[in-house]
Design a protein around this ligand. Structure first.
Ligand code: SF4
Length: 464
């Protein structure tokens, strides 16, 4: 979780910087274009936030309803308090059904649990089938984005990787690379004993799980193997199919800049007599792993998250350093709130400060999570728990005292503004600042024009 230590390396990585340019074109512009299709976008966004809040306020009721309805349709429902519980339950299900090969569709909760490692350690073969996740499995890297896990890689890097790992001629055309991956994956779909997926939502009134995908691998994972296990956080429950349709008007638009994804798959129970396909055994694992700690507290709004990724796509910090700099499963602004909350503020101290608080993430979030406000609260907690370096604690205390004494504040800032101006070179730039190297280590700082904001404001008011 040492964000600061990784940032320099990521900024200097030319391939990464080239790969990250995709964010602006594919995701930021895509979202902007797609939301203009909705005449009542702001009403839908309000409704989506209200749906998530209503569910969270009655989470126990909806989870019980889901369990009852899922069981009635033959699903086995498991409750996992920790990541280790998830891994243990999946291993037990695998042992019970004599599973040897597991195919997976993309699931961030299983990344939280390091499920692949746990299954491989138990002697199982695990194959990721989402194209991005498959590339990462070959490269032995973690995802760097929750929707586009391989966004940090260029096409050339993927060409090199496939040529090496598939022992095949190097292809550079994207459709040809996709075909090559498909040819490698198809036999695994046909021979796997167990499919593991996540769930974008679980629907209380029908006892169903729902996944949103573009590649079709999700459908193969959920229907071909004889055993299917869906693993998801407890906060993913929604009351009704009607509620889900509202959320689905926003999720693809904010996630991939699409009006709708290629597939929306709803799974309700195991295969029944007369069904043409589907798993013989269907298990759902509902995961807590830190989520209940957020309920009823300062961070509850974070549980509204529908994992669209828009906050990271729009974040100037994420756009500059990519997801691996954040050190765990969830990057960007949502990760900077979730990671310290799940793994402990003392273990992820850089993350609440890995944001400019520019507000873009809040504006882009389809369920109106006030991410800058939550990050600010985490910073406050760091201060209260004395988790900041001593000099920062003293500096903040001193600033707090100064800000309460108007005349002294005014005098000090006037002096600072004039000193900063005098420190500028003939281009009007400051090359280095004592005690504030973070502002000048990697670029020059434009010097202020020598007057404080208050002085400028007063002058502007006088001039009408
Ligand atoms: S915090 Fe909001 S914008 Fe970010 S992933 Fe979650 S729902 Fe999407």
């Amino acid at each position: 979780m040492h964000f600061k230590a990784r940032v320099g390396e990521k900024l200097a990585d030319v391939k990464l910087q080239s790969a990250l340019k995709k964010l602006q074109g594919n995701f930021v512009k895509g979202r902007a274009d797609r939301i203009t299709e909705l005449d009542n976008f702001h009403e839908i966004r309000d409704a989506a936030a209200a749906i998530r809040d209503r569910t969270l306020a009655n989470l126990d009721v909806y989870l019980d309803t889901f369990e009852r309805n899922a069981k009635a349709r033959g699903t086995v429902v498991h409750w996992a308090e920790t990541h280790d519980d998830v891994n243990r339950i999946v291993r037990e299900i695998a042992a019970q059904h004599g599973v040897r090969k597991v195919i997976k569709s993309k699931s961030m909760v299983t990344e939280e649990c390091a499920l692949n490692d746990a299954l491989i350690d138990a002697g199982l073969e695990v194959v990721e089938t989402d194209l991005g996740e498959y590339i990462l499995q070959l490269a032995q890297e973690p995802p760097s984005h929750i929707v586009a896990p391989v966004v940090h890689k260029t096409r050339d890097e993927v060409s090199d990787l496939f040529a090496e790992k598939h022992n095949a001629p190097r292809l550079t055309d994207i459709p040809a690379l996709c075909r090559e991956a498909r040819e490698k994956l198809r036999p695994h779909f046909l021979s796997a004993d167990m499919g593991v997926s996540g769930a974008n939502f679980v629907i209380a009134e029908t006892g169903s799980t729902l996944i949103v995908t573009n590649e079709g691998n999700g459908r193969l994972v959920t229907t071909l193997p004889k055993v299917h296990v869906a693993i998801t956080g407890i906060e993913k429950v929604v009351a009704t199919l009607e509620d889900v349709t509202t959320l689905l008007r926003l999720l693809p638009r904010h996630g991939t800049g699409q009006s709708i994804t290629n597939y929306i798959s709803v799974t309700t129970g195991a295969r029944r007599e007369g069904d043409s396909d589907g798993p013989e055994h269907f298990h759902v694992i509902l995961v807590d792993a830190g989520r209940t700690k957020l309920l009823g507290g300062d961070m509850q709004e974070m549980l509204r998250c529908i994992r669209c990724g828009a906050c990271m796509n729009h974040c100037p910090v994420y756009q500059s350093v990519g997801g691996h700099a954040y050190g765990w499963v969830y990057p960007g602004p949502m990760g900077s709130v979730l990671t310290p909350t799940y793994v402990g503020l003392q273990n992820a101290g850089d993350l609440p400060n890995a944001a400019t608080l520019c507000g873009q993430c809040h504006v882009a979030c389809p369920v109106k999570i006030p991410l800058p406000e939550l990050l600010r609260k985490l910073r406050e907690q760091q201060f209260e728990l004395k988790l900041k370096p001593w000099f920062e604690m003293y500096a903040l205390r001193a600033w707090g005292w100064l800000a309460q004494h108007s005349w002294l504040y005014s005098m000090t800032t006037r002096l600072q503004a004039r000193l900063l101006k005098s420190a500028a070179d003939d281009r009007g730039m400051i090359r280095s600042l004592p005690f504030a190297g973070g502002w000048t280590d990697r670029r020059d700082l434009p010097a202020p024009e020598g007057r404080t904001f208050r002085e400028l404001y007063r002058a502007a008011s006088k001039n009408g």
